[in-house]
Design a protein around this ligand. Structure first.
Ligand code: HEM
Ligand code: HEM
Length: 178
């Protein structure tokens, strides 16, 4: 099992990042929705901190993924009808955009609350927005809308992945299409 990607398949590094992020993103969507319905208080503050830790980790994984794909080019998609290939290409671009914008908007909004963004209970990140109610409201509104788009995109992506019977899914799980 090779670490690097080649023209025929995904190495284990790309596959591990893909599935770790898939798990983390789906988890953060569910958990984020859960905590957003709560009034913040001293007993549930740790849940918000946990969500921030997961979200910032996902942002770090995204950077790692982009750097890795520059070092080790992923394989070309398997041939498909032109419209399907185009939808997949745009969906993947939209993923990269949202996987950047969602955690950044969360970080902006969190900064605006004036509460420190601490990851793993240990490292305090700098504030990237002024402490202000207007920034906080706008930041969380953007964060909320973008997470809904991300959830829709995931549904489209899963539908595309499981309906293709050409080894595309196997390639992301086992490395090779056949
Ligand atoms: C890929 C990463 C992330 C995902 C998928 C995600 C997802 C979500 C979702 C679905 C919600 C609920 C939105 C709503 O229904 O209004 C939410 C809320 C929240 N997110 Fe994130 N988030 C991510 C990253 C972050 C980051 C990096 C931070 C901060 C550093 C953050 C801070 C928050 C906070 C504080 C809330 C609660 C907002 C409230 O109380 O209304 N999120 N997130
Ligand atoms: C939930 C969060 C997910 C995100 C953010 C995500 C993101 C991506 C992205 C950006 C790619 C393009 C290749 C790359 O950059 O690595 C990709 C490829 C792929 N994903 Fe996902 N994915 C997710 C979940 C899933 C799930 C649940 C499945 C399976 C049901 C899946 C199946 C695949 C397959 C088969 C490919 C390879 C496509 C090809 O070879 O052209 N993904 N994913």
């Amino acid at each position: 099992m090779s670490a690097a990607n080649d023209t025929d398949g995904f190495g284990w590094v790309s596959r591990t990042i893909h599935w770790a992020m898939a798990l983390g993103v789906i988890g953060a969507l569910g958990f984020g929705t859960y905590i957003a319905r709560m009034e913040v208080n001293l007993s549930n503050l740790w849940m918000f901190a946990a969500h921030k830790t997961v979200g910032i980790t996902l942002l770090a994984l995204l950077v790692l993924r982009v750097v890795w794909h520059l070092v080790s080019r992923p394989p070309e998609p398997l041939p498909a009808a032109p419209w399907k290939s185009a939808v997949a290409r745009w969906a993947h671009r939209a993923f990269y955009l949202l996987l950047l914008a969602v955690p950044l908007s969360g970080w902006v909004a969190s900064s605006a609350t004036g509460i420190d963004t601490v990851v793993f209970g240990r490292w305090t990140l700098p504030a990237i927005a002024p402490a202000s109610e207007a920034w906080e409201e706008a930041g969380f509104a953007v964060h909320s809308v973008l997470t809904k788009l991300l959830a829709l995109l995931i549904l489209l992506h899963i539908a595309g992945a499981v309906t293709r019977r050409d080894g595309t899914l196997r390639r992301m799980i086992a490395g090779r299409a056949a």
